[in-house]
Design a protein around this ligand. Structure first.
Ligand SMILES: [Zn+2]
Length: 171
């Protein structure tokens, strides 16, 4: 993907009519809310936005965004790097009727025709939505887990003790 820093604002209606695609990055300094919601942004957001019209003539923005952020593990309280990833499809609407008429798989983005769209804003929104509810190290990488978890066998070999084993001993 390119390192092109995406513009602050674009006209999404025009871009959709021209079936355009925007690919590039959004630097951490443009993602203040994400920065505050995490322990910091490690790598700029990589963004791919497609502007399109569907068979009903709706203008759509289909996006794929990724970013690497630092999160604090809720179990061991250490900070770790985590990749955020999100996909979305937004339909541009400029009144309530248009929004209500949208099929369920489309989210409405209310914007007057020829109004400008804040690119970082929709990217940041998607990244915020992709944040885990409870930040936690991936399986096997947490300090707490290794302290308490490694002695116990996992998976099919880890059988619960059979209460009848005790009876065998008593016989
Ligand atoms: Zn942890």
């Amino acid at each position: 993907m390119s390192d092109f820093e995406l513009p602050d604002r674009v006209n999404p209606y025009q871009l959709a009519d021209k079936l355009s695609r925007l690919e590039g990055v959004i630097g951490a300094k443009r993602l203040k809310r994400l920065e505050e919601a995490t322990a910091g942004i490690d790598e700029s957001a990589q963004v791919s936005l497609g502007f399109d019209r569907d068979e009903s003539g709706r203008r759509l923005i289909s996006g794929h965004v990724t970013a690497i952020v630092n999160l604090q593990c809720q179990r061991c309280l250490q900070v770790y790097g985590s990749k955020l990833e999100g996909d979305f499809t937004l339909a541009l609407v400029y009144n309530d009727e248009m929004a209500k008429a949208l099929p369920a798989h489309l989210d409405a983005l209310l914007l007057l025709p020829d109004a400008l769209l804040d690119v970082a804003d929709i990217v940041e929104e998607e990244l915020l939505l992709s944040l885990p509810m409870h930040a936690m190290h991936p399986e096997g990488e947490c300090r707490i887990e290794t302290q308490f978890g490694t002695d116990e066998p996992t998976g099919s070999t880890g059988k619960a003790p059979n209460p009848f084993d005790v009876l065998k001993v008593l016989k």
